[in-house]
Design a protein around this ligand. Structure first.
Ligand SMILES: C[S@@+](CC[C@H](N)C(=O)[O-])C[C@H]1O[C@@H](n2cnc3c(N)ncnc32)[C@H](O)[C@@H]1O
Length: 254
């Protein structure tokens, strides 16, 4: 993607460049291009400034890095929501790991010219999924230095603040403004998702989004389909935006 990003950026920057690149990528996909081309192709459907934001980001990071937790389709969907959702405010990511999704969210803030991403994490991983987080050891026991390095490399450090600690402890000390997009992606146990929703959703601006990642995990689905759907303060829209991601809206106060 680095290579694609380098090539696209100068072409896409002028308005109208997207159409040209879209045709090119469509052709490459027909020749058998994989996920990289699919993501590039889908991205080109975005608004011009949002495409330019991605083209600036891609040469700096590797979107499909084995250390990222969101596959391309999901990343792009979350990016699209973060760019397009028409409510002002900041973004909060609960569970940031090494900052791949954070860099997309921060790029969305840069494209909008407003807001910051508050990335809340212990940066120590969790053991809820057994070995899945064992690789925290390869980062020397903390993913924070790697997170900071990647955010710098993505060129979005002015849009990102790491809040180091447990999500359940940080809600009371949240230093940002009303939240326009809350991404819940930390502790995926039923009790963990529920606690994060209960503590953080009151900080979401009326009309703001609450996005649940890992809906395909049983506990997340059970909580979302049971309690979130029944919550009178929540509108279940836009809903299932892509496999594994559900987004709901905090109803405006009456
Ligand atoms: C699935 S990863 C996050 C992936 C990231 N959103 C991405 O898309 O790349 C989950 C992260 O949540 C963090 N985490 C889990 N439970 C937590 C808690 N209670 N408080 C703070 N961080 C937590 C872990 O350290 C881990 O980095």
């Amino acid at each position: 993607m680095s290579f694609l990003g380098k090539c696209y950026y100068p072409i896409c920057r002028p308005r109208g460049g997207n159409a040209l690149v879209r045709r090119l990528v469509w052709g490459l996909r027909r020749l058998g291009g994989g996920r990289e081309f699919r993501m590039a192709f889908d991205a080109l459907d975005l608004d011009h400034d949002a495409v330019v934001g991605l083209m600036r980001l891609w040469p700096r990071i590797h979107w499909s890095s084995g250390d990222g937790m969101m596959p391309p389709e999901q990343l792009l969907t979350v990016y699209r929501l973060a760019v397009e959702w028409p409510v002002p405010g900041d973004v909060v990511e609960l569970g940031a790991w090494v900052g791949l999704t954070t860099s997309y969210l921060a790029t969305a803030c840069a494209v909008r010219g407003a807001g910051r991403v508050y990335a809340v994490d212990t940066f120590e991983g969790t053991h809820e999924n057994g070995d899945r987080y064992a690789s925290v050891a390869k980062f020397g026991g903390s993913t924070l230095p790697e997170f900071q390095r990647r955010i710098r490399r993505a060129g979005v450090e002015d849009r990102v603040e790491a809040l180091v600690g447990y999500t359940q402890d940080m809600a009371g000390a949240y230093p940002g403004g009303p939240i326009r997009l809350l991404l819940i992606d930390a502790d995926h146990s039923y009790a963990g998702v529920r606690r994060d929703f209960e503590l953080w959703s009151p900080l979401v601006a009326p009309g703001g989004l609450i996005v649940f990642h890992d809906y395909l995990m049983d506990d997340v689905a059970r909580f979302v389909d049971g309690e979130v759907r029944a919550d009178s303060g929540i509108e279940f829209a836009p809903g299932h935006v892509v496999s594994n991601v559900v987004a709901v809206t905090r109803k405006p106060l009456r």
